[in-house]
Design a protein around this ligand. Sequence first.
Ligand code: NAD
Length: 313
Amino acid sequence: MKTETILITGANGQIGTVLGQALRERFGTANVLSTDIREPAAYDFPFETLDVLDRNAMFELVGSRGVTQIYHLAAILSAKGELNPQWAWEVNMSGLFNVLEAAKKFGCKVFNPSSIAVYGGETPKIDTPQHAVLQPQTVYGISKVAGEHWSNYFYQKFGVDVRSVRYPGIVGYQSMPGGGTTDYAVDIFHHAVRGERYTCFLADHARLPMMYMDDAVRATIEIMDAPAEQIKIRTSYNISGMNFTPAEITAAIQAEVPGFEVAYEPDFRQKIAESWPENIDDAEARADWGWKPAYNLPDMTRDMLANLREMAS
Ligand code: NAD
């Protein structure tokens, strides 16, 4: 396989921690440069501090290292973004511009994740189609819609090979989430394994699209691997994994952890959840580049609990 030189922004976050490891296994540790504004607690792989708002520093790294692919994960997520909208807009938009400009100048392929947060308002909530109306209710969602269109623009206008999926809420044991509306679905497992009661910030019936981390990482690698002519959508692809409510994930955990208790105290994040779809139609991703999720709720629950228990022992 052709050797790539990879740069990951926001690599110390929930997805970057796991995607970084997968990319190192695939392309070799020396060929994957992880960057973030926060240094990992401990690491044995190439890492540099990089603020995505620092265009000169980004150009310098991409140029001097001969980077061929950028995985742009640095972002301010939905819940955190609502607490400081202008900052979220600045990081999400200027960060993306710097990545797209670097890719244009140095000829890199780009992965720019979007989110189910692009949906809202009049979007159909059931089997949300690829080309549904986009009326996001959060600054995060607005930045993701704009980012999807800028990615498409750089592809159409300058031929930058940008690829994207709209991740649902991601659940994994390897890392902690960074301030999204679906973070509860990770926290709940940590409480269950510690034998603690969990207080959920969403209502028991808040159904949202979700995906196990293994599937999210595989989707990312598969879309980046696909031949360019198979990538027909250059804004972002819907991808689906599973969907569940807090009550359903609680029941799935209780099947493995009898006596586990959950209380519900919905906060401002419930309103965000209510603006998002319940499940996603990903027919285009399946047809164009062969997307197929592997994990359902019971599989994910067993794998999460087994791994968290092992990490705790
Ligand atoms: P995260 O919040 O866990 O990680 C983001 C990382 O970006 C953090 O490590 C943070 O330190 C870093 N960062 C913030 N500002 C920065 C800056 N100015 N310069 C450099 N780094 C900076 O997020 P994540 O969950 O890993 O998400 C990665 C991508 O996937 C984001 O684009 C996010 O919008 C998208 N996404 C995630 C989910 C999910 O459920 N985790 C769902 C949909 C989309």
